[in-house]
Structures are given as structure tokens and as C-alpha cells.
Design a protein around this ligand. Structure first.
Ligand code: 3PG
Length: 383
């Protein structure tokens, strides 16, 4: 595998760089909830600044949020001024850039404010590229999207990987070519978004441990009652096909059930004894013990998705026990990789996330990459 990295660019000094970042952070009112993605891009920004580049930084944000608060946070973290363009393309951007000097940073407005971004519109991509000399993709987390600033823009500028993108690719590739045994832990919900991942990991893993709402589909596929647990027919059929194909899928043997999601009253039960009015909300203690016995054998561990409804204090024990163990084993016993928004949130709660060898910034992108699927943002940059 070859990565066209910014570290290989000759004559980088003084260039105007279009840096595509993924600073898609959560907000609570106007305040940034978690700046993990912003902190992770700083090495690339600092690298480019050391080479006296002028930077145009662009990102998307969900839920129609403006990128303005990001400029302030970036400025605080970098200890230098970050200009907010208030637009993505057009006269405002051109004017601000004409006034920029080496080392100046300008942040564009949320790219998705322009409907052409998601359409991978070539004219929009050309307009984004117009003021720059080179394009740097450091937005692994959105590289599975065929969007103008991720895909089409590469037609118009010499394109390279940023330092974060490079690290994501190298670390995730290590999971696909693992030191054996590989133990995969997959939780969360939405089996349809994880089919490629489950197929690819099941082929490579010694065992693939399933928890969270995802497990409900597998439990039902085995013919056990799951009561009112989150699941649907299509997802159960998908799980059924996987169970037929792979014999290394390990399911919960006991579960925590309650009659309501936010109930404080719950029971631990063998997985085959869930009643019609109950829902499965966490893996049980025997399952934790079983999962631990496999994880302790691993030389490589990959984890994506919580193993229960961990937002509720009564149903977080399964997820947090496994999070602590994955972190502890990552201190030399195994090579540990985790990713996905909720997984990172669970790891944070253990305060052990720094022990994990690599915490990916990608949610959907990590699933796509580990599922062995093509990623438009990597085309021409990673070969
Ligand atoms: C993410 O949050 O996973 C990335 O920023 C991609 O966002 P999207 O799913 O809205 O494309």
C-alpha cells in the first residue's frame, strides 16, 4: 500500500493548501461538546504552518450548524488567529485570501450549506479548489462519502493525505492484516450498516463477539424470544445469513432485561428466557466473563459499538467492563483499535481511552474501511 502523503510534497513552502478536515463535532447550544476531532487535526495544521503554507480549512457539520465556533476553538488550540470566511466559495473567500500572508489560516463555512457539496458537483469542487495550490485530505471520517470537497475536488488539484489520514490508514490496515488471534467486538445497532464489516471481520477473526441491539437480531435468528427488544424482520434475516455462514460468532449467554428503557428495575436472565413484555438492554455477567476469556487470548482487538444501552446507569456495566479490558490489554498484550462515536464516549467514561493503540475518528468511515469497501476520498491518494 502506498500513501501520497504531504510529507512527500516538494516545495511545500508558501503554498496555499486546501485542507479538508472532518471537524463534525457535537454542540450543546452553541458550545462544542467534544473537541477530539479538532485536536486530532492539529499535527497536520502545525506541519503545514512550519512550511509557511497559507491554509484554507474546510469541514462539514451536521444539523445545519455554522462552522464559526470552530474557528474560535482552533485559534485557542493553536494560539494564533483563525479567520472565519463566512462562506465556502466566492468573493468573500477570494478577498480574505488575497489579504492572507504565510502562516495565515482561514476556515470556510459549513460545506453542506451549499447543496452542491453532497451532489459531488464538479463546478462547486472547481470553485473550492480555485484559490489553492494543493489539496490535502485529512478527513478520514468523511472519506466514505462521494462529496465535492472529498471526491470531485481531486480533479483540480494535486492531492495528498494529511498526517491524520495517514495514521488512520496505517492503524486500520494493521487490523486487516492482524497479528493473530484477532478478536472483534461489534455492538451498537443498525446491522445493515455493518454487514460488510461483519463479513470481513468474521473471515479474519478467531472470534467475533456481538452485543448491543445488534445482538438482538442474532438472538432472534437462533429462534429465541427477544420480547420488545429493538430488532426488525429484515435485520433478523441478515443476522440469520451470517450465523449460517460463520461459526465463530459469539452471542450473549445472559442479558439484562427491563420492561421500559429507562426503568431502574431490571433482571439478569439466560438469553433463552426473555418474556414478551421485556426488552434486552445489556449483556449479563456470564457474557462479560465469556467475552473476557476470548479477549484475553487476543493479539489484536478491534471494537466498534456499545454492548448495551450504556447511556443509562443500570445498563452500562457490560460496555464499560469490556472497554476497561480492551484498554488494559492494549498496554502491550494486544494491539487495540476502537472507533465510532458511542464507543469513544464509553471509553471516555472509563478514563482509559489513552491506553488504546488507536482510537479512530471515523464512525461510518471506519466501518467502510474495515468492511473492505471502496472510499471515494482515498481514490488517487491511497493505492
Ligand atoms: C461522522 O460524523 O461520522 C462524519 O463526520 C461523517 O458525517 P456524515 O455521516 O454526516 O457524512
Amino acid at each position: 500500500m502506498k500513501i501520497k502523503s504531504i510529507r512527500q510534497v516538494k516545495n511545500l513552502a508558501g503554498k496555499i493548501v486546501f485542507l479538508r478536515a472532518d471537524l463534525n463535532v457535537g454542540f450543546k447550544k452553541a458550545a462544542i461538546k467534544d473537541d477530539y476531532k479538532i485536536v486530532m487535526i492539529l499535527p497536520t495544521i502545525r506541519f503545514l504552518l512550519r512550511h509557511s503554507c497559507r491554509l484554507i480549512i474546510a469541514t462539514h457539520l451536521n444539523k445545519g450548524n455554522t462552522a464559526k465556533p470552530l474557528a474560535k476553538r482552533l485559534a485557542e488550540l493553536l494560539g494564533r488567529k483563525v479567520l472565519f470566511a463566512g462562506a465556502c466559495v466566492g468573493p468573500k473567500v477570494i478577498k480574505a485570501l488575497s489579504e492572507a500572508r504565510a502562516g495565515d489560516i482561514m476556515l470556510l463555512e459549513n460545506l453542506r450549506f451549499d447543496s452542491r457539496e453532497k451532489k459531488n458537483d464538479k463546478r462547486f469542487a472547481k470553485e473550492l479548489a480555485a484559490p489553492a495550490d494543493i489539496y490535502v485530505n485529512d478527513a478520514f471520517a468523511v472519506s466514505h462519502r462521494e462529496h465535492a470537497s472529498v471526491s470531485a475536488i481531486k480533479r483540480y488539484l494535486p492531492s495528498y493525505a494529511g498526517l491524520l489520514l495517514e495514521k488512520e490508514i496505517l492503524n486500520l490496515t494493521r487490523v486487516l492484516k492482524p497479528k493473530l488471534p484477532l478478536i472483534s467486538i461489534v455492538g451498537g445497532a443498525k446491522i445493515e450498516t455493518k454487514i460488510a464489516l461483519l463479513n470481513n471481520l468474521a473471515k479474519k477473526s478467531h472470534r467475533i463477539l456481538i452485543g448491543g441491539a445488534l445482538a438482538n437480531n442474532f438472538i432472534a435468528a437462533h429462534g429465541f424470544k427477544i420480547g420488545r427488544s429493538l430488532a426488525d424482520k429484515t435485520s433478523i434475516n441478515l443476522a440469520s445469513a451470517l450465523v449460517k455462514k460463520y461459526k465463530n460468532i459469539i452471542l450473549p449467554v445472559d442479558v439484562l432485561v427491563a420492561k421500559k428503557m429507562n426503568s431502574a428495575s431490571f433482571q439478569v436472565k439466560p438469553v433463552n428466557q426473555v418474556k414478551a413484555d421485556e426488552m434486552i438492554l445489556d449483556i449479563g455477567p456470564r457474557t462479560v466473563k465469556l467475552f473476557v476469556s476470548f479477549i484475553r487470548q487476543a493479539k489484536t482487538i478491534i471494537w466498534n459499538g456499545p454492548l448495551g444501552y450504556f447511556e443509562n446507569i443500570h445498563f452500562k456495566h457490560g460496555t464499560l467492563s469490556i472497554a476497561r479490558l480492551v484498554a488494559a490489554r492494549s498496554t502491550g498484550e494486544a494491539y487495540g483499535v476502537a472507533g465510532g462515536g458511542e464507543t469513544i464516549e464509553a471509553l471516555r467514561q472509563t478514563k482509559m481511552e489513552h491506553y488504546i493503540d488507536w482510537v479512530s475518528t471515523g464512525g461510518g468511515a471506519m466501518l467502510t474501511f474495515l468492511g473492505g469497501e471502496k472510499m471515494p476520498g482515498l481514490k488517487g491518494i491511497v493505492k
